[in-house]
Design a binder for this molecule. Structure first.
Ligand code: ZN
Ligand code: ZN
Ligand code: ZN
Length: 158
C-alpha cells in the first residue's frame, strides 16, 4: 500500500499519542518498530519478517524486543493477532481497514483478503435462526494460491 508521506507521519503520531495516553514511553526501539510497521511492512506480517525489516534501520534491535512490542501493540489496539494455525504468528494492522476475511495458502502462506456480502447476510440469518446476538466473526479458508496450485511456486521463504 502506498500512503502519501504526510499521512504516514500522521498515523505514527496517532500511535504515539495513544502510547503516551497509556503511560508507555516512546523508546527509540519502539519508535523504530512502529515506523517499520507503518511504512515497510505488509498488511499481514510475522514478528520474524518485521524484525528483518526493522534491522535495516536498527541492526541492534532483537527479535525478543519485536515480540514484546507486538504484544503491547495488540493490547493497545494498534494491531491484532491473526490465528492462522500456521507455524508463525501473524499480525495485522488495524488502522481504518474495513471488515474482511482471509484465504491462506498452505504452501507459500500467501494471504488473500476478501469480503462477501453473502457472508454478512449469513450472520444475520444465524442470529435470527438461533436467537443469538453476534458481535463479530472471523472466517478463513485454507488452500492453495493459484501459483502453488499450478506447481509454479518454489517453497520460497522470503
Ligand atoms: Zn501459495
Ligand atoms: Zn487482513
Ligand atoms: Zn464478515
Amino acid at each position: 500500500m502506498n500512503f502519501p508521506q504526510d499521512e504516514e507521519g500522521a498515523e505514527l503520531d496517532e500511535f504515539i499519542k495513544k502510547l503516551r495516553a497509556e503511560n508507555y514511553k516512546l523508546t527509540p526501539q519502539r519508535r523504530d518498530i512502529l515506523k517499520t510497521l507503518l511504512k515497510y511492512s505488509d498488511r499481514h506480517f510475522t514478528a520474524e519478517k518485521l524484525h528483518k525489516k526493522v534491522q535495516q534501520i536498527n541492526s541492534d534491535l532483537g527479535l525478543a524486543t519485536v515480540y514484546r512490542n507486538l504484544e503491547l501493540f495488540c493490547e493497545l489496539g494498534f494491531i491484532h493477532r491473526l490465528d492462522f494455525d500456521s507455524d508463525h504468528k501473524y499480525y495485522e494492522l488495524l488502522e481504518s481497514h474495513s471488515h474482511h476475511h482471509h484465504m491462506i495458502c498452505l504452501n507459500c502462506e500467501k494471504i488473500i483478503e476478501f469480503n462477501d456480502e453473502d457472508l454478512e447476510d449469513f450472520e444475520t440469518r444465524l442470529e435470527d435462526e438461533y436467537d443469538f446476538f453476534s458481535v463479530n466473526h472471523f472466517i478463513k479458508f485454507y488452500g492453495y494460491c493459484q501459483k502453488c496450485h499450478n506447481g509454479e511456486a518454489q517453497n520460497e521463504s522470503d
